[in-house]
Design a protein. Sequence first.
Length: 271
Amino acid sequence: MLFLHRKPAPPLSEFVDVLWLYEGYDVSHERERLMPDGSVELVINLAEDRIRNYDARNPDKFETIPGCVVSGPRSEFFVIDTAEQAAVAGVHFKPGGAFPFFRIPQAEIADHSIALESLWGRASGWLRERVLAAKTPDAKLQTLERCLLEQLAKPLERHPAVDFALQRLSSACPPGISWIVNHVGYSQRHFIEMFSGEVGLTPKLFSRVSRFQQVIRAAHVREDVNWVQMALDCGYYDQSHFVHDFQAFAGITPSEYLSRKTPHVNHVPMD
C-alpha cells in the first residue's frame, strides 16, 4: 500500500491543505461513509475513468460520472465505493480554499459531488492524462500542483472578513456569529453571502461542522469515551443536543462511530 502526501509550495499552501496519492487500498467492506469537514476535495480515479456518485440515504442508488470529481463542502456524510480507491490522487483544500479555482460560488457545489469537467471543461480530461503520464508517484503530485496553478480562475486571496471568520470559527472555543459580524464591519446578510460564496457553507453551519470534527478527532484516538464530558468540552448545551448534531452529520450514533472507526478519522464502513 502506498500513501503519499505533500504540502504545496506558497502561495498555494494557503489554500490547499495537502496533495495526496493513494494506491493499494484493499478492505473487506464495499462502501464507506465519509464525515463532513467543511472542505472541498478534488479526486482523480487513476485506475479507470469513472466514479460512482451515491445517494447517501439510499446507497443502492448511484450515478456514474467521469473519473475527476469535485466533492463540495458537506453538511452531512456521503458515500464512496472502496473499490474505486485502488489508485486515486487528489487535492484536499483548506476550508474556504477551493474558490479561486472555480468560477462559481462554492455554495452552488455544497453537498454535491460533481464532475470536474462541468467546471473546467476539457481541462479536466487533460488533468487526469497528465497525472497518469507522470513517471513516479512524486512526479504525479508535482504535476497535479502545476495543473492547479494553471487553472486559477481568481487571485489567491481570501476576503479579509472571511479569513477572520474562518480563523475564529475553527478555533477550540469559537465565538457566536453575531460577535464576528460586529467585528468585520458588514451587515449580517452581506457577511453571510461573502462567507458562503468562498466557503460553501453558512458561518453557522460551518461552525457546527467544525465542532463535530473536534469531537471525532478527539474520539478517534481513544478506546473509551465519556460522551457526556466530550459534549460539554466541545461546547454542546447538553448530551441530547450533542447526539442530535452528531447523527445529523454522521448518520450514526457516537457509539457506532467508535465501534466502527478505521485508521482514517473521517472514513467509517457502511453496514
